[in-house]
Ligand binder design. Structure first.
Ligand SMILES: [Zn+2]
Ligand SMILES: [Zn+2]
Length: 512
């Protein structure tokens, strides 16, 4: 039994907790090519895991910890913390997975790269109205420019310690207990690469880096932005020690206290403009685990994210206002807000497309409806449609609803979210449906999509009817570089210049 679980633990450890040295730029591609032949082994490892978790979730978790420790991929305490935090939900989900059919193949394809993706299941997106025949950009540019700052993947590490070991044996370094993998000597007697006061490529960001960035914004931008967006991931990558919840909550509070010094009403902040945030996979504790409505289990760590939605509603209220802050609480973290004349912003909790959110593998073939916990007129959980678990939390149905409201009002919309559709970390079915929604509402309603998570300076193009040429390009997803240098990237942010109707330019500022 242990040898098959060994495979599972090894693959999971590498996938969600890979060591930062050397750079992992091509990790996923290598994983796919080397592991494709292991599809059968992956499915049978899941079968073993399922049997083990039915016998006892504690035994399942202990076996994963032992297998991880035997693999030597990381240190014993990381293995223990990682599977103690992630294991209970993993055990609960694997118990209810159909491991030899769609669920299992989807898991082995999307998480471990060991199988081909199963075919996309038929799904009917309900649009209230057909796309207007003249759905093009007919209005001339307004001539009035506005600028926006796009920040992403903040990853503030409150434990960052200048002078500590930056080439360490754990997935995240530059902390007081970091020690070199090349020596058994305890710190600080043998530091092979001292952590720089401003950050290191194997570490998350110290407060000094964030303060420096915000101070640059306040003192150097040629035009004050109209507003800023922050596309998720405030806490650091130490995902083996996110509990107790108060630890992750405290990190977020420190970051939001700093952000509120710069963003907010003119007489109460240095920049005097609002910040519109969205939720990343690291905001919750344990990391990545956002249960869809109807699956909550408060007895499990990772079984209830309502503490986070309540906390974010409070932190974001000065920027969003009361109505949108209420939506954050009631709507699983998503909200819609008017940010300028004829311009709306829809912030999506995209963790319901994230492949490391184990909850999404539970009963994925099931078509049981969700019961709204807190009925509310503007909430996605109350949106009347054919509710299936193929659209967890009805997030896409709610997005369609918001876009239709904007179309009816003649407004345009920016969509912000953490996970870009179309990347390997986002489910292929969600990505396909998201593209269909963009095809319906772009370019006349959707003016842009703004994402993060990859930590890279990238963009995606959406095409009408999947025809990939210039005539059929209808929308763009702007994926901002991360503020954290983790892993092996220079910190950066985007400064975007728009008119009401057209995009003009993007400047990417990078530290060198
Ligand atoms: Zn990130
Ligand atoms: Zn992320």
């Amino acid at each position: 039994m242990l040898s098959r679980l060994f495979l599972l633990a090894l693959a999971l450890t590498v996938k969600i907790c890979a060591a930062p040295n050397p750079p992992q730029t091509h990790f996923r591609g290598e994983s796919v090519t080397t592991a494709k032949g292991s599809c059968g082994a992956c499915i049978s490892a899941l079968e073993v895991g399922k049997r083990s978790s039915w016998v006892s979730p504690n035994i399942f978790i202990r076996e994963l910890i032992m297998a991880c420790q035997r693999s030597g991929q990381t240190t014993p305490d990381v293995c223990e913390g990682l599977f103690k935090e992630q294991g209970p939900v993993l055990a609960e989900v694997i118990k209810h997975m159909d491991v030899t059919h769609f669920d299992g193949y989807l898991f082995c394809a999307s998480v471990l790269g060991a199988c081909d993706y199963p075919a996309i299941r038929p799904f009917h997106l309900e649009f209230a109205k057909p796309k207007p025949a003249n759905a093009t950009l007919t209005r001339p540019p307004s001539g009035r420019n506005f600028t926006v700052v796009h920040l992403s993947d903040w990853h503030f590490d409150p434990e960052y310690t200048p002078g500590s070991e930056a080439a360490c044996d754990k997935p995240l370094c530059c902390r007081s207990d970091s020690r070199s993998s090349s020596t058994a000597d305890p710190p600080p007697t043998n530091i092979t690469r001292p952590a720089n006061p401003w950050g290191d490529y194997a570490c998350d960001a110290p407060l000094s880096l964030h303060e420096s960035l915000l101070s640059f914004l306040a003192n150097n931008l040629t035009t004050l932005p109209s507003f800023a967006i922050l596309t998720g991931d405030i806490p650091p990558h130490n995902i083996w020690q996110t509990l107790p919840i108060s630890a992750t909550h405290r990190t977020e509070q420190i970051a939001y206290n700093l952000l509120r010094r710069y963003f907010g009403p003119p007489d109460e902040s240095l920049l005097g403009v609002p910040l519109y945030p969205t939720i990343g996979n690291h905001e919750v504790a344990p990391a990545n685990l956002y249960p869809p409505h109807g699956m909550e289990n408060p007895k499990l760590p990772g079984g209830d994210a309502s503490w986070l939605y309540n906390s974010l509603a409070k932190s974001w209220k000065p920027w969003l206002g009361g109505r949108a802050a209420n939506q954050v609480m009631r709507n699983g973290g998503s909200y819609a807000v008017k940010v300028a004349d004829k311009l709306r912003l829809v912030s999506l909790n995209t963790n319901f497309c994230y492949v490391n959110n184990w909850w999404l593998f539970k009963d994925t073939n099931d078509t049981v409806g969700f019961t709204p916990k807190i009925p509310h007129r503007s909430c996605l959980v109350n949106y009347p449609t054919s509710i299936t678990k193929q659209d967890p939390n009805n997030i896409l149905a709610w997005l369609i609803h918001q876009l239709q409201l904007a179309e009816d009002a003649g407004d345009r919309v920016w969509i912000i979210g953490h996970h870009p559709p179309g990347v390997p970390d986002c489910f292929h079915e969600y990505s396909a449906r998201f593209s269909k929604i963009v095809e319906r509402y772009a370019p006349h309603v959707i003016a842009g999509n703004f994402m993060g998570h990859t930590h890279k300076d990238e963009f995606e193009i959406f095409y009408q009817d999947g025809i990939q040429d210039a005539d059929h390009a209808i929308s763009v997803a702007y994926i901002a570089p991360s503020v954290t240098p983790y892993r092996w990237t220079n910190p950066g942010f985007r400064y975007l210049c728009f008119q009401l109707v057209v995009w003009i330019s993007t400047i990417v500022y990078r530290c060198r």
